[in-house]
Write a protein that binds this ligand. Structure first.
Ligand code: NI
Ligand code: MN
Length: 224
């Protein structure tokens, strides 16, 4: 399985003919690795409806025919655009041929550009043989330790940029609570308020935990 970082909080998981696209904010993203028109997807997953996550979801879903998984209020808004949606709430799991996605809590706020209020989520993605946990936008909270109890996390995709989410210091505690084999940082460096030192995060996590940190530049891929 390949995990490609497309910039900000956008990741593409791919294996064979399956391509799962998470939080496809590409148009207007100063660090996007690809244009929205070039994005591939067989399924699209959303953590929440802020513009820097919802992004190009509707146009990519219309072009590719990929169904979109999002928390119910957000799924309802997207569904009105004529896109196929799945609408779980926190704790719910949606199954596909490639595996499943479960919505778990994230401490944050969210309103879409159209004004729909929606509760943010993290995504636990069982993709083929790997478990990938995209934390979404969140601050540090102790229930992060519950997420890996049922299925240990192979890769955690973790925000570290501060200001809108936890910063790289709180993210070290988050990494400790989650206990993933690999942590890939995201949601930093996109705009000046989100500048941080990802290499310092890497050394702090690797000295405090047993997790390895892989720092990806937009466009780079990690193989699991
Ligand atoms: Ni957000
Ligand atoms: Mn965000």
């Amino acid at each position: 399985m390949e995990i490609r970082f497309l910039g900000h909080a956008c990741f593409e998981l791919s294996e064979g003919t399956d391509t799962v696209l998470i939080d496809p904010f590409l148009s207007g993203n100063p660090r996007a690795a690809i244009a929205a028109d070039d994005a591939a997807a067989t399924t699209i997953l959303l953590t929440h409806g802020h513009a820097d996550h919802l992004g190009d979801t509707v146009s990519i879903a219309k072009r590719t025919g990929a169904p979109v998984v999002a928390i119910v209020e957000l799924a309802n808004e997207i569904g009105e655009e004529g896109v196929e949606v799945h609408d779980p709430n926190l704790g719910g799991t949606v199954r596909f041929d490639w595996g499943s996605v479960k919505l778990v809590p994230a401490w944050h706020t969210s309103t879409t550009p159209k004004g729909t209020v929606n509760t943010p989520a993290g995504l636990v993605v069982n993709f083929h043989d790997a478990v990938v946990y995209h934390l979404g936008d969140t601050s540090l909270f102790s229930d992060l330790q519950l997420v890996g109890k049922r299925s240990p996390i192979d890769v955690a995709l973790m925000c570290i940029g501060g200001h809108y989410t936890m910063d790289r210091t709180d993210a070290v505690d988050a990494a400790q609570l989650i206990g993933a084999k690999t942590v890939i940082p995201c949601h930093y460096g996109t705009w000046p308020p989100l500048e941080t030192d990802a290499e310092a995060f890497k050394s702090d996590v690797e000295s405090a935990t047993r997790s390895d940190v892989v720092v990806l530049d937009p466009g780079e891929t990690h193989s699991v």
